[in-house]
Write a protein that binds this ligand. Sequence first.
Ligand code: NI
Length: 195
Amino acid sequence: MLGLVAALAVHPAAGADDPGELTAAEAMQAVMWGEEPIGGPFALTDHAGRTRTEADFRGKVVLVYFGFTWCPDICPTDLMAIAAALDELGADAEAVQPLFVTLDPQRDTGHLGEYVQAFHPRLIGLTGDEAAVRRTADAFKVYYRKVPGEGADDYTIDHTAFTYLYDQAGAYLGFFPPGTPPGRIVEVLRPLLAD
Ligand code: NI
């Protein structure tokens, strides 16, 4: 719960009143209580320009994180934790596929590869047009919303920040809250990777 409070403090859920859009409260509730499926089919473009679907990652334990590259705090912290967990797993990390889905395709697509590779060479960045990103975020019960700043291209994005975990068959196992330390991620992943 501490992680959730921190996430809301950093990404304030400022009045998501757009009808039909998942509100922060609805997203939180869906994720916390597991009342609805988290995830599902998607078709996005990876940072190298290839089309990717969820089926491409079958056979691996998959971590899925949604955020944006200009995020000042939570996204980099969580991506660093995932990267550190992979390093700690050593050779076993080959059986783990971490994914970063941008919620800001407009600004992120051009430098997505550079961004994800700075965290870990095995991290794959995924993007798409606004509609594809919205569909994917909805399927994963991710709340996000553009918050305008001073200029036209000056905005930030409020978003929920969970790391979703899937097994080798693509079944949803649960989530890590924002701010989960690498040691905890390793502790959860290791038994999943044992033969
Ligand atoms: Ni963020």
